[in-house]
Design a protein. Structure first.
Length: 372
């Protein structure tokens, strides 16, 4: 199919509108088989077909039913809609599926199911932490003292009173909503406190979190779900804002955008690069399986961006949760844009939350140049 014609009364003007029409069409035809997207998609929107070619339209529907749609995203800068499928498309499938419509293009990526998993693998780097001038860096291993696990110390932030905190995910240092204020956060995390590690120390104590509440959008307020926690740094002179041995935390925060080139430093995979390929067009269901806290649940998030790693390699793996995502504007300037919080290693996809909204909700600002 060469053209997809939107049959709504008002032609879509943005890639988001096209993506929302695709979602509504997919819900109408029951094309979400592997993920609970039905609860997150509105019944409004257009339909699409192949210029009135009913046979082709039926063929498209059958292909996407068989392959099952996991997620629909969009890239406004590229005027593109990205459809994430559970099954891999064949060459014959690609001859039938639409790839453009009235100024917008379509892309298809296998994957789209987001997971948060515990039990991270051994680090791919020599060590799961970095010391710079004897100070513990961002991008290194941390975890609460009462559990054997490991995640990533993402960045340092400052509140309105000048108090310094470390930031990571709720499911890393917030014990999936269950961390008591004052809970010690160890560096490196207990899983990484081996005979070859530096002496473990209390890098900080849990202070505050943004929740991860399960439940479908019809029943709960999902805009509070952000999977972020901050811990008050015990001795700020023992840490640095440098990200591993790669670069300092940027001074500016910016919104992530599809097509951005990004990088991060994490506990498991170290320094990696990738590209933001899509922003989700609907709330995203994320499957939490965190045995360290006995957590198994689905959590919906309103605003999520999808990153594909460079050279077919994952942008992140388990243990990289909480990593700061940094974008290059193409002019030599870097901006902090998000936090890694979920992934799909099998498909090489990572899922990030936008940093500006996080900073606003916590009333904190980014810290750069700290003991670099």
């Amino acid at each position: 199919m060469q053209d997809v014609v939107d049959n709504s009364e008002k032609k879509p003007e943005t890639a988001r509108e096209v993506a929302e029409n695709v979602l509504a069409w997919a819900k109408k035809h029951n094309l979400f088989d592997k993920v609970p997207l039905d609860e997150a998609v509105d019944d409004v929107g257009g339909d699409f077909s192949s210029g009135g070619d009913a046979f082709r339209a039926q063929a498209v529907e059958e292909i996407l039913r068989k392959k099952s749609i996991n997620l629909v995203g969009f890239s406004e800068p590229e005027k593109k809609v990205i459809i994430f499928t559970n099954g891999k498309l064949s060459k014959s499938d690609e001859k039938i599926l639409p790839f453009h419509t009235s100024g917008f293009s379509f892309d298809y990526i296998q994957g789209g199911v987001a997971y948060v998993k515990g039990n991270p693998p051994p680090p791919q780097t020599p060590k799961p932490f970095t010391l710079r001038g004897g100070r513990y860096t961002c991008g290194s291993s941390i975890y609460p003292a009462h559990c054997v696990g490991a995640g990533t110390f993402g960045l340092i932030v400052r509140d309105q009173n000048g108090v310094l905190y470390g930031m990571t995910n709720n499911h890393v240092a917030g014990a999936c909503n269950n961390a008591m204020p004052g809970l010690p956060i160890l560096a490196p995390g207990p899983l990484d406190a081996t005979e070859e590690a530096c002496d473990p120390f209390t890098i900080g104590r849990h202070h505050r979190l943004l929740p991860i509440n399960d439940g479908i959008p019809e029943n709960i307020q999902i805009d509070v779900n952000w999977d972020v926690s901050i811990f008050r740094l015990a001795e700020p002179d023992k840490v640095t804002s440098f990200q591993g041995s790669a670069f300092d935390t940027p001074t500016h925060v910016a919104s992530p955008m599809p097509s951005m080139r990004v990088k991060k430093v994490g506990r498991t995979t170290g320094l990696t690069g990738g590209t933001i390929v899509a922003q989700s067009a609907s709330p995203v269901p994320v499957q939490y399986q965190v045995p360290e806290y006995g957590v198994r649940k689905n959590v919906f998030f309103e605003t999520v961006y999808v990153v594909v790693g460079d050279n077919g390699l994952p942008f992140s793996k388990a243990g990289d949760s909480g990593s700061l995502v940094v974008a290059d504007d193409g002019q030599g300037n870097t901006h902090a844009v998000g936090l890694v919080f979920a992934g799909n290693e099998q498909r090489g996809l990572s899922f990030i939350l936008p940093l500006p909204e996080i900073m606003q909700k916590l009333s904190v600002e980014i810290v750069s140049g700290h003991h670099v």
